[in-house]
Design a protein around this ligand. Structure first.
Ligand code: NAD
Length: 508
C-alpha cells in the first residue's frame, strides 16, 4: 500500500527546505515515516527528482559567493546564535528524534548534545581558519597560506542519528564559508528540517543550508553534478563504498563513513560488574542502532567468559523496554518493521549457525504498544568468527560473546574483522591497555570506555571498511576537509629589477 492511500489528517507531509523556504515535493514520489513505538504511519516525505535536486544545487551555488565573502567572525556569530536556538528548542528536537527514530528521550537528548558540541567547535572558526606566514624567506619575499571554502558541499546521512550526524557536517562546512545541501535519511526527516529553520533564524542567509529529502535519485544527482565540490556520507558500507567511488570519479572530495562491528575485549583482571554495566548501555542503548555500539564482547579465559555471561544474562532479561517517550524506558523500538524483522532473522540465523542463545528477545511484546516495532534484548554465547552473525552488522540489540583463550587471540578478532570503527578494552593493567591501543586496527579506541566517540574538537572516523576517504568528521580534520589551502609567495622590494634567471628558483 502506498502512503497516500491511507493518508489521514494527522499524517503530516514533508517537502524540502530550499533557498530558506519550505517547498512542496513535485516528483509525485514519497517515502513513509513511522512512529516506531506505535507502529503507525505518521507522515510522508517527498522524494526529490533530478530536477528538484538540481534546483537545490542552483540555490546553494547562488548563495555561495556572498557567504564565502562574509567574514569568519560574522559566520561564527551565526553559529553562536544557532547554538542558543538549539538549546532553546531542545525539548521539541528531542521529541522529533524520539518519535520518528524510536530512541528514548535521554538518548535523543544526548545525541543532539553531541551535535551541538560540533556547533560550539564551529564557533571558533576565525581561529581555526588562520593560515601560516613565513617572513623573509628570500630578500623582500614572504610566503603565506590561507584556507578557502570549496563551494557547494553535500551531506548524505543515515537514519540512526537524525540530528547528530547532520551536525557533524553542515556547521563545519558552513562556518568554513561553504553552502550546503543536506540529504537526510527518508526514515526520520523532521529533525533535520527543523535544524535548517533554526539556522535560518540564527542569521544564515537563504540558500546557505538546504534540506533536500530523497533517495537514490537525489543522491546520484548530488554525486555527479559538477557544481557540488565535496560529499560527506554516513551510512551502510555498500552505499558508502558506492558514494566514495561515484563522487571521486566525478572529481569531488569525499569522506564516506560505513558500517561497523565493534568489539569489547574483557581481560581477566577487569571488574566484571563494571564491565556488565558498561556493556548494557553500549550494546542495548538506542536498541543497538549505533555505529559505535558494542556488538561483540570478547572475554579472555574460560572463567572471564562464564562470569560475563552470568553478569549479563539477568541484566538483559531485566531491560526496561517501552515507548521512546516514556522516561522510564531504557530501550525503545527499532526504526521500522522491516528493520525489526531483519534483526529477528539474524537471531534465527545465529541459532541455526550453532551459537548458544542465552537470552531470546524475539517474542517480546510491549503491552501498551502491541503494534510497535519492538524486539527484546538478545544475548548469544559461543559465537565464533566463521558465523555470519559475527561477520555481518546486525544493527539491533543483539550482543555476541566470542570467547578468546588469551590476549593475542582477542586482539586478532577486531584486527581481522572487515570493519574497524570503534573498539574497547577493559582491564586494570596499563601495559596491556597501551599495547592494545597501539596495535589494534581500528580508528577509535576506548580504554575502560565502552563507546569511544571522540569529542567535537577531536575527530571521528573508522578504518578499513568503516570508512572510505582519508579525512575524518569534525575537529581540525573537518576544517581541512571543507577548505582548500592556497599558498602565496610575495615579493615587495624596491630598487633594481632582478635579472632573468633560467635556473630553478631557489631561496637566497
Ligand atoms: P543507508 O546506507 O541505508 O542510508 C544512508 C543514506 O544513504 C540515506 O540518506 C539513504 O537515503 C541513502 N541511500 C540508501 N540507499 C542508497 C542508494 N542505493 N544509493 C544512494 N543513496 C542511498 O544507512 P542507514 O540504514 O540509514 O543507516 C545505518 C547504517 O549507517 C549502519 O550501517 C551504520 O553502521 C551506519 N552508520 C555509520 C556511522 C559511522 O560514522 N561510521 C555513523 C552512523 C551510522
Amino acid at each position: 500500500m502506498n502512503a497516500g492511500d491511507r493518508l489521514d489528517p494527522q499524517i503530516k507531509e514533508l517537502g524540502h527546505f530550499i533557498g530558506g523556504k519550505h517547498v512542496n515535493g513535485a516528483s509525485g514520489r514519497f517515502g513513509e515515516v513511522f512512529n516506531p513505538t506505535a507502529g503507525r504511519l505518521t507522515g510522508r516525505v517527498a522524494l526529490a527528482s533530478k530536477s528538484e535536486t538540481e534546483s537545490a544545487i542552483a540555490n546553494a551555488h547562488a548563495a555561495f559567493p556572498d557567504w564565502a565573502n562574509t567574514s569568519p567572525q560574522t559566520r561564527a556569530r551565526v553559529m553562536f546564535r544557532f547554538k542558543e536556538l538549539i538549546e532553546k528548542n531542545m525539548e521539541q528536537l528531542m521529541m522529533l528524534v524520539a518519535s520518528e527514530h524510536g530512541k528514548v528521550l535521554s538518548d535523543a537528548k544526548g545525541s543532539i548534545q553531541r551535535g551541538l558540541e560540533v556547533v560550539e567547535f564551529a564557533c571558533g572558526i576565525p581561529h581555526l581558519l588562520k593560515g601560516e606566514f613565513s617572513d623573509s624567506i628570500a630578500s623582500g619575499m614572504d610566503v603565506y597560506s590561507m584556507r578557502q571554502p570549496l563551494g557547494v558541499c553535500a551531506g548524505i546521512t543515515p537514519f540512526n542519528f537524525p540530528a547528530m550526524v547532520p551536525m557533524w557536517m553542515f556547521p563545519m562546512a558552513i562556518a568554513c564559508g561553504n553552502t550546503f545541501i543536506l540529504k537526510p535519511s527518508e526514515k526520520d526527516p523532521s529533525c533535520p528540517m527543523r535544524l535548517a529553520e533554526l539556522l535560518l533564524e540564527a542569521g544564515a542567509p537563504p540558500g546557505v543550508l538546504n534540506v533536500l529529502n530523497g533517495d537514490k535519485v537525489a543522491v546520484d544527482t548530488l554525486l555527479t553534478d559538477p557544481r557540488v565540490q565535496a560529499v560527506s556520507f554516513v551510512g551502510s558500507t555498500p552505499i558508502a563504498r558506492y558514494v566514495f567511488a561515484t563522487a571521486s570519479v566525478n572529481g569531488k572530495r569525499v569522506q564516506s563513513m560505513g558500517g561497523a562491528k565493534n568489539h569489547m575485549v574483557v581481560m581477566p583482571d577487569a571488574d566484571i560488574d563494571s564491565v556488565a554495566e558498561a556493556l548494557m548501555g553500549a550494546a542495548y542503548g538506542s536498541a543497538g542502532e549505533r555505529c559505535m555500539a558494542i556488538s561483540v564482547a570478547v572475554p579472555v579465559g574460560e572463567k572471564t567468559g562464564n562470569n560475563l555471561i552470568e553478569a549479563m544474562a539477568p541484566r538483559v532479561r531485566a531491560l526496561k523496554i517501552g515507548s521512546s517517550l516514556d522516561n522510564a524506558s531504557e530501550m525503545g523500538p527499532l526504526v521500522t518493521q522491516v528493520h525489526r524483522d531483519k534483526v529477528k532473522s539474524y537471531v534465527d540465523l545465529g541459532v541455526k549457525e550453532g551459537a548458544s542463545l542465552v537470552v531470546d528477545g524475539r517474542e517480546f511484546r510491549q503491552q501498551d504498544n502491541p503494534g510497535g516495532f519492538f524486539i527484546g534484548g538478545c544475548l548469544f554465547d559461543k559465537v565464533n568468527r566463521d558465523m555470519r552473525i559475527y561477520k555481518e552488522e546486525i544493527f539491533g540489540p543483539v550482543l555476541s560473546v566470542v570467547r578468546a583463550r588469551n590476549f593475542d587471540e582477542a586482539l586478532s578478532l577486531p584486527d581481522q574483522h572487515e570493519y574497524g570503527n570503534g573498539v574497547a578494552i577493559f582491564t586494570r593493567n596499563g601495559d596491556v591497555a597501551r599495547n592494545f591501543a597501539n596495535k589494534v586496527q581500528c580508528g577509535m579506541v576506548g580504554i575502560n570506555v565502552p563507546i569511544p566517540v571522540p569529542l567535537s574538537f577531536h575527530t571521528f572516523g573508522g578504518w578499513k571498511n568503516s570508512m572510505f576517504g582519508d579525512m575524518n568528521q569534525h575537529g581540525p580534520e573537518g576544517v581541512r576537509f571543507y577548505t582548500r589551502i592556497k599558498t602565496i609567495t610575495a615579493r615587495w622590494r624596491e630598487g633594481v629589477a632582478p635579472k632573468a634567471d633560467f635556473g630553478m628558483p631557489l631561496s637566497r
